[in-house]
Design a protein around this ligand. Sequence first.
Ligand code: HEM
Length: 523
Amino acid sequence: MSHSLLHDLYVVCKESCNLSSHLLAHVWLNRPNISHQRRNHRGERVIEHSKIYGPLWKSTYGPLVVVNVASPELIEQVLRQEGRHPLRTDMPHWRTYRELRNQAHGPLTEMGPKWQRIRSILNPQMLKPRHVSAYSDAINEVVTDFIRHVARLRETNGGGVMVNDLAGELYKFAFEGISSVLFENRMGCMNEVVPEETQKFIFCVGDMFRLSSVVILFPKSSWPYLPFWKQFVEAWDYLFKVTEKLVQKKMDEIQDKVHLQQSMEGAYLTHLLLSEQMTMTEILASITELLLAGVDTTSNTVSWSLYLMARNPEIQEQLYQEVIRVCPGDKVPNSDDIAGMPYLKAVIRETLRLYPVVPGNARVTVENEIVVGDYVFPKKTLFHLCHYCVSHDENVFPEPLSFQPQRWLRGTEDKSKQHPFGSVPFGFGIRACLGRRVAELEMHLLLSRLIKHYELRPDPAGTQVMPITRTLLCPAKPINLQFVDRGAKQTARAAAGASLFNALHFDQLINLTILVDIYWNLF
Ligand code: HEM
């Protein structure tokens, strides 16, 4: 991933938690502190705490003081009072790397008016439906490769039907998908032999996130003396180096086209390079951060939705029927087709309610004091918006643990009663997810095409997979599923029917028809 550490509460510097003590004394009277203890699933722990303390309580994370907010009404109140430049965390370790190497900041790490400027440049091509739908063809090519990849995995490692460690395989899909949108270039993640550079890039992304959570535990002044700071810097160096190479390649292509006076058709990177609103270093930083934010969020969500599909055959069948109605035969869905598939969208939406891959979201109030419930919080209060807890609250979503996509269908009673802040998987407001539309397009195209091709069934070993919080809400163990080829199933059915027919003589068939008639008349 991606938003790794984005939402990790460690990353907020001590000063940002300078809550004025007299206010806290007033708010927290008779409410004990809860110190941070790592249990397997942070979302569940937050639910336990909200049952004891109500929708607003304080936690301490070492030196940090965090105000937890766990009701849709109070989350709405915090988010609606954000100033013009909302801040999640100040990410000192990520920012320090950029300062060390004279790199710019991207949308994840930038703050204040500079952040606002970056977003105003990046937003249109990422969020406007008209622009985003233009990425359908590129993403569909990646989906085609993924379906081939699944077929290969079934044959080579899955006894003709199993695909093991779906989250790992979908990581490759998400990486390839977002690269094809950003760089307009393929990385070869799903090749039989993954190119060395791509492999190392993926490895460095993992390394950088892993080391991030270690580095941040130490004071900034000690970083230059820590061995893992060196590794952290090396990982970032490689990420920036590869991104730079890909951006340069695109620049050269554009130059060639200018020389040849050819028209400049292109997607995201071409647009950024041609619009000249950003410097080269700014483009580099933004593209790198978009890439980091856009991989394991998407791959984990699709993993959960396939897991849920396999365990809910009726829902899967309903989705399959919708897909073949909108896209019969060999028709490959595009963004217009997706618009006609409300059930597909509801399936993904409900997956994100049950498994919000970003289970909690940090917010630091920078510009003004904030009123939450009956209390006034000073500037620099660090809030933790407990999205997982709220979207599993039975008062917000009846039967919260059951997978019910119909909750999200327009015109249903469920939908009209829901609080709009009961589940906000992409955040809200001007600092909400920049990749939301692209992520949705990727997930909708992939899920619809997979379901058209394969019937998903659970692991025959009966393995239940629980979530675990590793910054994102991830499967605690590998998700393995059966992918039963629908085409092969139909051919087998037709063949079985034909052989039965051939085996019967004509007079036997007449007798059979009479028997069926008698049967129907009897009952
Ligand atoms: C299922 C997929 C995804 C989910 C659930 C998700 C969720 C989120 C959430 C909750 C935030 C924080 C919003 C806030 O603070 O209010 C966020 C921020 C962000 N996301 Fe995503 N995301 C997903 C996919 C993507 C993709 C594919 C990209 C890149 C193309 C992306 C790029 C970003 C960026 C750059 C930010 C930071 C925005 C800023 O601070 O201005 N995300 N995402």
